[in-house]
Design a protein around this ligand. Structure first.
Ligand code: C5P
Length: 224
C-alpha cells in the first residue's frame, strides 16, 4: 500500500507552510518543508563560497549534506549535521540563495530521493513548488495555494518584522517579484499548478479559512 501524501505548492508567502503544519498536525502525518532544504543548501553554498553558477560544485554539496528529519510534532525543523538552523534560514539573503541554487537541474535531482524518502507511514504533508508536479506526481491530494503578490509581500514583511529583522516593505515586494519570476520561469520544475491540483487563492482568506477548506478536501479524499 502506498503512503498517503498531501502536497501544498505555491509561491512564497501564500501561506503554504502554516497550512501544511496545521494539516499535518490534524492528520498526524509527517511534515516536509521542502523549501527549508533549498534554503539549507543556499546557506551552505554562501558559507562555503560556492558560486551559484558552479552547477557541479552545488550538486556535490547537495549530495554531501547530512540532513535529518525529526518527525516530532513540536520540532519540525530539518537538521543539518544534527543541528536545527531555525531562524538562520528565515531571511531574504538565504531565500534568494535558495531560489538561485534551485534552478540547477543536478541539485534538484540530488534532492529528489531525499524528499521522496520522507513519505513514510502514517502519511506526509509536504509544501514547496514542485511537490505535486514532480516529486509526488501520484499524491492523494494536491493543493496549489496562491495569493496576490502584494498580499504575500505584506505577510512576509510582518513575519520578518515579527522575528526582529529590520526590513523595508518595498524591498520585500521587489525580492518576492524577482523570486517569483525565477521560480516560475526556470527550465526544470517551474512553479506551476499540477493539472489535478485544487487551486486556492488565499488573498482574501484567513489561515483558519484555508485550513478548513483543505481539511474538507482531505475528508473528501478519505484522508481523515
Ligand atoms: O518555500 P521557501 O520560500 O522556503 O523556498 C525557498 C526557495 O526554494 C523558493 O523560492 C524556490 O526557489 C526553492 N524551492 C524549490 N522547490 C521546492 C521548494 C523550494 O525550488 N520544492
Amino acid at each position: 500500500m502506498n503512503t498517503s501524501v498531501v502536497t501544498i505548492d505555491g509561491p512564497s508567502g501564500a501561506g503554504k507552510g502554516t497550512v501544511a503544519r496545521n494539516i499535518a498536525y490534524e492528520l498526524d502525518f509527517h511534515l516536509l518543508d521542502s523549501g527549508a532544504i533549498y534554503r539549507i543548501l543556499g546557506l551552505a553554498a554562501i558559507e562555503q563560497g560556492i558560486a551559484f553558477d558552479d552547477f557541479g560544485g552545488l550538486a556535490a554539496l547537495a549530495n554531501s549534506l547530512e540532513l535529518s528529519f525529526p518527525y516530532d510534532k513540536k520540532h519540525t525543523d530539518i537538521l543539518l549535521d544534527g543541528v536545527p538552523l531555525g531562524q538562520k534560514l528565515r531571511n531574504q539573503v538565504v531565500a534568494d540563495a535558495a531560489s538561485k541554487v534551485a534552478v540547477n537541474p543536478s541539485v534538484r535531482k540530488a534532492l529528489m530521493d531525499l524528499q521522496r524518502r520522507q513519505a513514510i507511514e502514517p502519511g506526509l504533508v509536504g509544501d514547496g513548488r514542485d511537490l505535486g508536479t514532480i516529486v509526488f506526481p501520484n499524491a492523494d491530494l494536491k493543493i496549489f495555494l496562491d495569493a496576490s503578490v502584494e498580499v504575500r509581500a505584506e505577510r512576509r514583511y510582518l513575519e520578518l518584522i515579527d522575528s526582529g529583522q529590520i526590513v523595508e516593505r518595498s524591498a520585500i515586494l521587489r525580492d518576492l517579484e524577482i523570486r517569483d519570476i525565477r521560480d516560475r520561469t526556470r527550465e526544470v520544475a517551474p512553479l506551476v499548478p499540477a493539472h489535478d491540483a485544487y487551486v486556492i487563492d488565499s488573498s482574501e482568506k484567513t489561515v483558519a479559512e484555508v485550513v478548513m477548506e483543505v481539511r474538507g478536501l482531505c475528508k473528501a479524499k478519505c484522508l481523515v
